[in-house]
Design a protein around this ligand. Structure first.
Ligand SMILES: Cc1ncc(COP(=O)(O)O)c(C=O)c1O
Length: 424
């Protein structure tokens, strides 16, 4: 009998390819169950979607209950309780001074955020960062700087996009050291404004508060604070792409709360809908109030099932104290990985993370990125029933996207497997 992977290859293009050949038949908590009878520890979490683990029973119940009343009625046409209640909840959880607009995917929310910034400022320019990832639509591809393959053959893209370097202290693009630098990552904006685009023409600085696809890079808090100051000084919208960092992943509901730097606009997707497609643009009330009816929209945003699942997801995060748990598990995970780094200092160049957004950078003896070994670690871990993903523009970061419900037991399994692989 053909596997799901083999059947997929016959009817889908390579662009639909996955990072494994696993065919999954069931899922629960931290585990996936496969068509060939394996139980696999899931540290991919559907790429940062299943923050409550797989198939959370309460989310399943909430969706079933919503199914009894409606599947889709159209947020452009009528109002319904789960939609309104979720927006109220998100406003409450993000300071009470925000408003919310729902859409379906991360890219779609980022498109919305860009359009909102342009609409309100009436300015053309967007500044994005090298190594960033914001999505696969034309506009979000235009502001994605993590891999030239994502842009190949799609040029020309959105105009008036300018590039800045991200604050990557492990591989500083300005060749500085963290403790002695002069925040060249902020000073670069003087050059950008002097030589490339005047600040009065910039609608937004679009940034991931922690770079995801670019290598799980947590910047120093001062970098995000500095961006906030630059935006305030020049009337530029600061947009945080919280598609991957959101919904508890960093130990607060949103990473801007972890850093204490509030953006003008931020986007949330992935884990928001508890596994059902849902995203949102969230912005300060006075900004959202300048976005009139009809200038942006979509058919499916805020689908009742997705909103019901999201409400339950947020409730569980609160009731089960998952933000605290995330922070505790983060400390344990990082400690175990730092010990592993001490054991294999020639291989693990950097251990980094915030909350349960954790990565290890795999290097060669000379400190250069080792993409080959990284791919090998991922493949061998999967042979040992641990599902991991990689990231980084040099493809040399093993990332651990454990669900927020993870326990020390699962963390030990994953770290022990990497230890075994490296020892060999
Ligand atoms: C930071 C970030 N932004 C945007 C996206 C795109 O989200 P989606 O795939 O839901 O369009 C992703 C997806 O990985 C992401 O990590």
């Amino acid at each position: 009998m053909k596997s799901m992977y083999e059947r997929c290859c016959e009817v889908m293009p390579a662009v639909a390819g996955r990072s494994t050949t696993l065919g999954v038949t069931d899922s629960e908590g931290c585990y996936l169950y496969t068509e060939d009878g394996r139980k696999v520890l899931d540290f991919a979490s559907g790429v940062a979607v299943n923050n409550l683990g797989n198939k959370n029973a309460k989310v399943v119940e909430a969706v079933k209950k919503q199914l009894d009343t409606m599947i889709h009625v159209g947020h452009n046409v009528v109002y319904y309780e789960s939609y309104v209640e979720l927006a109220e909840k998100l406003v409450e959880l993000t300071g009470g001074d925000t408003k919310v607009y729902f859409s379906n995917s991360g890219a779609e929310a980022n498109e919305g955020a860009l359009k909102l910034a342009k609409y309100v400022t009436k300015r053309p320019g967007i500044i994005s960062f090298v190594n960033s990832f914001h999505g696969r639509t034309i506009a979000t591809t235009s502001i994605t700087g993590s891999n030239s393959a994502y842009r190949r053959n799609y040029e020309p893209l959105l105009p008036s996009v300018y590039w800045a370097q991200y604050a990557n202290c492990y591989r500083c693009p300005f060749h500085q050291k963290k403790d002695s630098c002069h925040m060249e990552c902020l000073k670069q904006f003087d050059t950008i404004f002097e030589h490339l685009i005047e600040p009065e023409s910039v609608a937004a600085i679009m940034v991931e508060p922690i770079q995801g696809e670019g290598g799980y890079i947590t910047p120093p808090k001062e970098f995000l604070e500095g961006l906030r100051d630059i935006c305030d000084k020049h009337g530029i919208m600061l947009i945080f792409d919280e598609v991957q960092t959101g919904v508890g992943r960093t130990g607060e509901l949103y990473a801007w709360q972890t850093f204490g730097v509030k953006p003008d606009i931020f986007t949330t997707a992935k884990a928001l809908g508890g596994g059902i497609p849902l995203s949102a643009v969230i912005a300060k009330k006075e900004i959202m109030d300048q976005w009139p009816a009809g200038v942006h929209g979509g058919t499916f945003g805020g689908n009742p099932l997705a909103c019901a699942a999201a409400l339950e997801t947020l409730k569980i995060i609160e009731e089960e104290n998952l933000l605290e748990h995330c922070k505790e598990m983060s400390v344990y995970f990082m400690e175990r990985l730092h010990k592993l780094q001490k054991k294999y200092p020639q291989v693990i160049g950097d251990v980094r993370g915030t909350g349960l957004m954790i990565g290890i950078e795999i290097v060669k003896n000379d400190g250069e990125p080792d993409a080959e070994l990284t791919a090998k670690i991922k493949a061998e871990a999967l042979e040992k029933d641990v599902l991991l993903l990689t990231c980084g523009s040099s493809h040399n970061v093993v990332r651990f996207i454990a669900p927020l419900i993870v326990t020390e037991k699962e963390i030990d399994i994953a770290v022990d497997v990497i230890d075994e692989i490296l020892e060999k």
